[in-house]
Design a protein around this ligand. Structure first.
Ligand SMILES: *Cc1c(COP(=O)(O)O)cnc(C)c1O
Length: 380
């Protein structure tokens, strides 16, 4: 029998006490727009392949380094098979890349706010995450301030989670030219950029291997609707890929996950068309979501993905009322940077608070917007 109050727990590594368990504060709710997953589901062919795989040779290991995934992923991403590393989600590829390319104690520089797992994996690997605030009306990444940190690793995310705003080509070029270590460009939402007729972002993945010190990250968790399978991948020069794979180990992606992803990539039963169709739908819904937010007098960030980020004063209270009165879940952000003169004006005006909202099927989105209108009206 275990009793947490009486065991003499072994000491953890220094700094570990500052690492939180991931707890975004979401419980199941009727209208859940709090994540950035695919609210339309998953390609049916991928689901069928996962089902079938469990009655196949599940007693076997997958191929070393999940080699069977590399050719189809490479063809999909527009690179060569030896320019691909897979992982247990792109989370895992981030974790492995940090371990491979930075010393314990090294600085991991990133824009702030950005993907919340980056500071966590930096600390878990004994490194020091340092955030550089996004600046101005367009939530721009400050290349000079990032480079001034002389970091072992610079992490960029385009479109950025949670702000949905892009990294400009010129910014990426300057960061790569000035960096002394690895530059990670996380493109988890690339499919939505490609599906957007008025795209505010570019997709850099195919160029990553030629950029030398760059590792681009992609995932099957968002537009492909396969978050539960946990498959992500990195794209870069083969020299970089090999080093990340040492930190990764040979068997990261499970056999059923491998089969599900292969079915999606091989376009079984039009799986790729399913992904593209729903990415286009999600982008169209995001445009309506931004319009709906503006109609409520709010100023959403210029989104290049399928979700919206909107600065809102007292965002936590708004989210609590959304949940309590309407069973609606959104993601809350507080304590975002407002101190510098260059701070994003809308964030400074909201006291550094905001909401991130996923685009979804119209009934879901309507329920969210109606609930938000009622909550804001009641708080006036
Ligand atoms: C969701 C997300 C990921 C996570 O991906 P997994 O492949 O599910 O681990 C990575 N990066 C960003 C920016 C994300 O928003």
């Amino acid at each position: 029998m275990s009793d947490a109050s009486t065991i003499a727990a072994p000491p953890t590594r220094a700094g570990y006490e500052r690492i939180p368990l991931y707890a975004p504060g979401t419980a199941p709710c009727a209208t859940d727009v709090s994540d950035t997953i695919n609210l339309w589901g998953a390609p049916p062919a991928a689901v069928a392949a996962v089902r079938a795989s469990t009655v196949e040779t599940i007693a076997h290991y997958p191929a070393l380094y999940n080699a069977e995934l590399k050719a189809p992923l490479a063809a999909y991403a527009g690179v060569a098979p030896d320019e691909i590393v897979t992982g247990c989600g792109s989370d895992d590829v981030i974790d492995c890349a940090l371990r491979a390319f930075a010393e314990p104690g090294g600085i991991v520089a990133h824009a702030a706010p950005t993907f919340s797992m980056v500071p966590v994996y930096a600390r878990a690997n004994g490194m020091e995450p340092v955030g550089v605030p996004l600046a101005g009306d367009d939530y721009a990444v400050d290349a000079d301030a990032l480079l001034a940190l002389d970091a072992a690793i610079i992490y960029l995310c385009s479109p950025n989670n949670p702000t949905a705003t892009p990294v400009a080509r010129e910014t990426l070029r300057r960061v790569v030219a000035g960096a002394r270590g690895l530059v990670i460009i996380d493109e988890a939402y690339a499919e939505y950029v490609l599906a957007d007729p008025d795209a505010r972002a570019e997709v850099f993945t195919p160029e990553a291997p030629g950029m030398g010190r760059v590792l681009a990250l992609r995932t099957l968790s968002k537009a492909f609707g396969l978050a539960g399978l946990r498959v992500g991948y990195g794209v870069g020069h083969p020299t970089i890929i090999r080093e990340v794979e040492k930190a990764r180990g040979p068997f990261k992606v499970t056999y059923p996950a491998e089969k599900g992803v292969l079915a999606a990539l091989d376009d079984v039963d039009d799986a790729r068309r399913w992904v593209e169709t729903h990415a286009r739908l999600a982008v169209a819904q995001r445009v309506r979501l931004e319009d709906g937010l503006r109609a409520l007098g709010l100023a959403p960030a210029p989104s290049a993905a399928h979700f919206a980020f909107v600065p809102v004063p007292r965002a936590r209270a708004v989210a609590e009322q959304l949940r309590a009165r309407f069973d609606v879940g959104v993601r809350v952000f507080t304590g975002l940077p407002t101190a510098l003169p260059s701070a994003v004006p809308a964030l400074a005006a909201s006291g550094g608070e905001g909401l991130r909202i996923n685009a979804g099927p119209e009934p879901v989105q309507r329920a969210f917007l109606d609930a938000l209108a009622a909550v804001l009206e009641g708080m006036r």
